[in-house]
Design a protein around this ligand. Structure first.
Ligand code: ATP
Ligand code: MG
Length: 557
């Protein structure tokens, strides 16, 4: 896959790989994307996907999709399927390289037996709470478990009986026998296996009542798959000594090299699956694919293209520095993509009727308009134009602020792709609110400037008779602060109350009559929109993807 606009930039991980290939340490690289299927993927995961799949492509290697599915309580098939969908949507393919850590449960069990045999693991009868109090702190060493010196035979027997289901949940665990005084708490005899009865695992069903921990499973799974470069985020740096310990002490075929990079954090949003799960389960949003969510499913429904998300991921780069990326970076990636490809259309979101008194009743003419200002190959369409049209309420001001260039009583404005129009009269309802306008057009101004005067403003419009009624959903950032939840705040109190607005009386130009979900357009002077799956043939629903650049408004208004 290539993004013409964004050739991949180099970074420290690419340089390590180049060196490993140059030195002959590896002849081919193998990477993987290893999600836990306990939620939908977010844009942070996209960074990891683009990195892992992108490196494999760039260096002619392979990239596996592997589900690290060690926690059946929180995982399910919906998540497994959505993750595969999202990776495909981003434009990547694992071919036949789809794996589940649960495929290795039998092997992992065998390696645990190997560790016990070497005196490197033991069955411990401390409760979870006791294990915690024995662990010590950053400044104090831990205390050894009284069960640490059980014989190999006793450990083998107890471990087999754990598997056979003889013990209740929480009564016994298998722990690594490493070092209770290690300055790295991860090395203080971490738990490798827990008993969990009666949980149906989405892959293995009820076959197991003994589950390996993530920290034990993840490095060994990488090694079993022959991963050369195991790329992960910085929070796993402290786990690397434990991962290396596991791999060094069991009979796996190779030793992957783990390299950490910084997570993506994005302004005005949250990026942890736990928080995103709360947003969904507490109904702060309408689902995982709510267009305000930073999930891939949300971005997709919002109208982002796979190319824009990939290009964003290339632009932010890969480093070890903690950062908070500006929303503007993401928005400019989608604007760049859609500016080049989206067909231009006119849509009036807040309609105000205008009767053109010098256009005859029943008269309709067809005006030709280009689909794209810069790309003639995208063709033209016809715009019907008759006696009654709609313009946007915001384009008319009775008491215009200084510099207002659009329609005012007695003033002129150009109707985009059509004539210059003058507002002759304002019609009001009983309360004095503006009901409609009476106006007239200058017939000599189609495609040319009016004689003897300058008309600066250009506004969009739709023919009232043939316009298509539609619902338009406007979205804004989900949170009103750049780093929700920081400084002890509850992110729930920081949700932007104006992040979602429905405009249900919109009118679209007739070329938008039979749009299908997923089609994207630029509504001139408004922004980029995508047709939502909630649309019906009678009533399209469109989502705002992103507004236009500010400079566009300035130069065109
Ligand atoms: P979260 O912290 O959001 O719950 P996670 O790290 O638990 O996410 P996993 O399913 O374990 O989610 O992640 C799969 C891969 O994606 C991991 O290699 C992880 O390092 C990477 N990843 C997760 N979040 C980000 C992020 N914000 N930026 C970059 N990579 C990420
Ligand atoms: Mg994780």
């Amino acid at each position: 896959m290539t993004d013409a606009a964004e050739p991949p930039r180099t970074n420290f991980i690419r340089q390590i790989i180049e060196a490993d290939l140059a030195s002959g340490k590896h002849t081919q690289i193998a990477t993987r994307f290893p999600p836990e299927p306990n939620g939908y993927l977010h844009i942070g995961h996209a960074k990891s996907i683009v990195l892992n799949f992108g490196l494999a492509q760039a260096f002619g290697g392979t990239c596996n999709l592997r589900f690290d599915d060690t926690n059946p309580h929180k995982e399910n098939v919906e998540f497994v399927e959505s993750i595969q969908d999202d990776v495909h949507w981003l434009g990547f393919d694992w071919n036949d390289r789809l794996y589940f850590a649960s495929d290795y449960f039998e092997q992992l069990y065998g390696f645990a037996v190997e560790l016990i045999g070497k005196g490197l693991a033991y069955v411990c009868d401390l409760t979870a709470e006791e294990v915690r109090t024995h662990r010590g702190t950053l400044t104090e060493p831990g205390r050894e478990s009284p069960y640490r010196n059980r014989s190999v035979d006793e450990n083998l027997d107890l471990f087999a009986r754990m598997r056979a289901g003889e013990f209740e949940d929480g009564v016994r665990t298998l722990r690594a026998r490493i070092d209770m005084a290690s300055p790295n708490i991860n090395l203080r005899d971490p738990v490798l296996y827990r008993v969990k009865h009666g949980v149906v695992h989405h892959q293995t069903g009820l076959a197991w009542c003994l589950y390996p921990t993530y920290d034990y499973t993840h490095p060994i799974s990488d090694a079993l798959e022959g991963i050369t470069h195991s790329l992960c985020t910085l929070e796993f740096e402290d786990h690397r000594p434990l991962y290396d310990w596991c791999i060094d002490n069991v009979s796996v075929p190779c030793k992957p090299r783990q390299i950490e990079f910084s997570r993506l954090n994005l302004e005005y949003t949250l990026m942890s699956k736990r928080r995103l799960t709360e947003l969904v389960s507490e109904s702060h949003v309408q689902g995982w694919d709510d267009p305000r969510m930073p999930t891939i499913a949300g971005l997709r429904r919002r109208g982002y293209t796979p190319g824009a998300v990939r290009s964003f991921c290339e632009r932010i780069g890969i480093t070890k520095a903690e950062n908070l990326v500006e929303m503007a970076m993401l928005e400019s990636a989608i604007r760049d993509d859609l500016d080049a490809s989206a067909l231009r259309r006119m849509a009036v979101l807040r309609p105000l009727k205008v009767v053109l008194t010098n256009v005859a009743h029943g008269h309709t003419e067809q005006l030709e308009a280009r689909n794209h200002p810069k790309d003639e190959t995208l063709g033209t369409r016809l715009l019907p134009f008759g006696r009654e049209i709609y313009i946007d309420r915001n384009d008319f001001e009775e008491h215009p602020p200084k510099g207002f260039k659009r329609l005012v009583p007695g003033g002129e404005v150009r109707l985009r792709n059509a004539y210059v129009m003058r507002c002759d009269e304002v019609i009001r309802d009983a309360t004095g609110a503006v009901l409609e306008l009476r106006a007239s057009i200058d017939r000599e101004t189609l495609g040319k400037n009016p004689e003897g005067r300058k008309v600066k403003g250009v506004i969009h419009w739709v023919d009232a008779q043939q316009g298509v009624a539609a619902e338009v959903r406007l979205y804004d950032r989900l949170f009103s602060v750049p780093a929700p939840g920081s400084g002890g705040a509850d992110y729930r109190d920081q949700i932007n109350p104006d992040s979602f607005q429905v405009l249900d009386g919109c009118v679209l130009e007739p070329a938008l009559r039979e749009v299908r979900p997923g089609e994207r357009f630029q509504f001139e002077r408004e922004g980029y929109f995508i047709v939502d799956p909630d649309s019906t043939p009678a009533r399209p629903v469109l989502n705002l993807t992103v507004g236009l650049r500010d400079t566009w408004g300035k130069s065109q208004r």
